[in-house]
Design a protein around this ligand. Structure first.
Ligand code: ARG
Length: 452
């Protein structure tokens, strides 16, 4: 029966099927079907007896899928067909009525929207956890001095608490982006039919309410052609994965003998099959290494969607593997980052040692001259020459004699020596958002507020 005389070619089936991966949408598919059937009954499009049979049947189907004993057929193209086929086997005619006023196009869009919304919410929850751990570690190391870098060259001293909070704010922006994905996946596609709407007096508001959508997609063509919410998720995921890659990269550096700033716990490290001394920060390396994979999902889906004529095209079936891989990869990375940061230890002495490098006070010396009326650009030049001289002489800035200093400026006296004798140049970064204890306290206040 139907449009075709000949069976499908095995190769056609192979390229056409999505069952292998869209199975994981079965909870959303069944929920969507129950809501759809309830609406059909409420609108007297099917009878209440039909509805009861459909609900009983779908519950049985769900049980089979949950238990992993669902009998898949060779002809099931995707999870949507498989579920409807099995439902009809189980309850007969009533099952065959389920697809009234619905198409697989609005059905799959609905399933993917529900899935995306849930994963976006779950990602927000994971981010909250990770932000808490970052906050706690920052708080525990509020006043540990360390060098901070540009171009991976020692630049200025900061507190480790300040450095770690930089990641807190990246994650806070990620959280905002995923919260926006929850919003962009809150319009119901179901009821759009194949593309033009349905020939029945449906009640889409009822379906929306039942499935937790905030609104009904206002245009049936846009509803089935839209995958923006997946692009939004993937875009947020790519940015978040990039943040985690930077965190991972720093921990890899800090774990090296050369830096010696940190050590990951045994639980988050591996050894070498050959070299007995090795302790490798693999999790941190993989935070770095997995980020491009998440980005590739975003570029994949942009590639799939760009230039596609309205409305649904089978190309769009390719949304799922990109989405699922990004979801799984990012969730694993977030959890692993959380676990790794919980157990990491920092090396106070090594950091303090590196941060007592007097070169890190160069800007502070220049600013000392600025306070005495030397224009900043001129002061910059003076200190630059001073640095060049001390490097050539193989001397610390603080070891230069008064005569040597006088060659560069007559304003480098006691206050110059006082500046270099302590770690005071961290505490002088008093501007809003700076690393001084006072500014950092204010930042911790903001972070605490962001956590609540
Ligand atoms: N498996 C398809 C997908 O994921 C479901 C929609 C199919 N619709 C259709 N008209 N063939 O995109």
């Amino acid at each position: 029966m139907g449009r075709f005389e000949d069976p499908q070619d095995a190769l056609f089936k192979a390229i056409n099927t999505s069952l292998g991966y869209d199975q994981r949408l079965y909870p959303e598919d069944i929920e969507g079907s129950v809501a759809h059937a309830e609406m059909l009954a409420a609108q007297h499009i099917i009878t209440t007896a039909d509805l009861e049979e459909i609900k009983t049947g779908l519950a049985a189907v769900k049980k089979e899928l949950d238990a992993g004993v669902f009998p898949f057929n060779d002809d099931d193209e995707d999870i949507h067909m498989a579920i409807e086929r099995r439902l009809t086997e189980l309850v007969g005619d009533a099952g065959a009525k389920l697809h009234t006023a619905r198409s697989r196009n609005d059905q799959v869009a609905t399933d993917v929207t529900l899935f995306t919304r849930r994963r976006a919410q779950a990602t927000v929850d994971r981010l909250n956890k990770l932000m808490q751990v970052v906050y706690d570690q920052a708080n525990a190391h509020r006043d540990w001095a360390m060098p901070a870098y540009t171009h991976l060259q020692r630049a200025q001293s900061v507190y480790l608490g300040h450095h770690l909070l930089a990641y807190f704010w990246m994650l806070e922006r990620d959280r905002t982006r995923f919260a926006a994905v929850v919003e962009s996946s809150s319009a119901l596609p179901l009821g759009a039919g194949a593309l033009a709407g349905a020939n029945f007096e449906t009640d889409r508001e009822l379906v929306a309410a039942r499935l937790g959508f905030k609104s009904v997609a206002p245009n049936s063509m846009d509803a089935v052609a839209n995958r923006d919410f997946v692009l939004d998720f993937l875009s947020a995921a790519a940015t978040c994965a990039t943040h985690l890659s930077r965190l991972g990269a720093e921990i890899v550096l800090w774990s090296s003998e050369e830096f010696g700033f940190a050590e990951v716990s045994d639980g988050f490290a591996s050894g070498s099959s050959l070299m007995p001394q090795k302790k490798n920060p693999d999790a941190a390396e993989l935070l770095r290494g997995k980020a491009p994979r998440v980005l590739s999902s975003l570029t994949t889906l942009h590639g799939v969607m760009h230039g596609l004529p309205l409305t649904y095209n089978k190309d769009m079936q390719e949304d799922k593997e990109a989405l699922f891989d990004a979801v799984d990869t990012l969730e694993l990375c977030l959890d692993a980052a959380t676990g790794m940061l919980e157990g990491i230890t920092f090396k106070r002495d090594r950091m303090a040692d590196a941060s007592s490098d007097q070169m890190l006070a160069a800007v502070d010396i220049a600013d000392l001259l600025v306070r005495k009326g030397v224009p900043f650009r001129e002061a910059h030049g003076i200190v630059g020459s001073l640095v060049r001289y001390s490097v050539a002489q193989n001397k610390q800035l603080g070891d230069l004699t008064d005569d040597e200093l006088a060659q560069f400026s007559d304003q480098l006296g006691d206050d110059y020596r006082a500046l270099l004798s302590g770690n005071g140049w961290i505490e002088s970064k008093v501007s809003q958002g700076g690393t001084s204890s006072e500014s950092l306290n204010a930042q911790f206040e903001l972070a605490r507020a962001a956590l609540n």
